[in-house]
Design a protein around this ligand. Sequence first.
Ligand code: B16
Ligand code: MG
Length: 230
Amino acid sequence: MIKYYQTTKKMSKKVFIFDLDGVIVDTAKYHYLAWKNLANGLGFEFTEAQNERLKGVSRVRSLEILLNIGQVNLSDKEKEKLLTDKNKEYLEYVHNMTADEILPGIENLLKYLETKNIKFALGSASKNASLILKKVGLFKKFTAIVDGNDVSKAKPNPEVFNIAATKLSANSENCIVVEDALAGIQAAKKAGMTCIGIGDKEVLFEADYILKSTKELTIDLVEKLIDEKN
Ligand code: B16
Ligand code: MG
């Protein structure tokens, strides 16, 4: 009995911060459809490989990258309209999302963290994060949601993770970030946090741990991380 309480106390020190797109759900495919339509409307092609460059990047910066690919120059007013149109189409896909779209291993992991009283927050660049979490039924599970509406500087700036740590009342060295984009991993490392990268090790080499997919976010690995001394 005593042993149980000691273990729980020690484990509860660590907290988790999850990215959204590419970690909790795969919304990248919907971003891609909307950006591709926008590019086609402007008269150029946009490939899935090029879409990789937009992962973890803010909406405004994504448009800049896209227009650069198509070598298109537009006024601020025209850009504003494209951003609104893109988000409108993206939200049409989001509205059809269900819990089936939660990536493998995530629900189990969140349940495990809840049973161990380990707090977790969201740290996403998306301005649609709350809506997406509501659509897939995870919104109420998060202690805090920090997203594109809360920051003035996008990843790789650490602001989003620093705010999440404050909301979790955690020191940065006790935060474990799960991210799928290089910009996000750089943000977590700048914040002085432990970072798990989900994806290609050639791209995510700056992370402390690299997993091919969320399926590899096993309870064994998580227990090891929360027991790890700083
Ligand atoms: P929104 P994350 C990011 O989400 C996406 O990876 C990125 O492709 C998108 O441009 C960004 O959110 C902004 O999304 O248009 O919904 O505000 O990976 O940081 O959770
Ligand atoms: Mg992401």
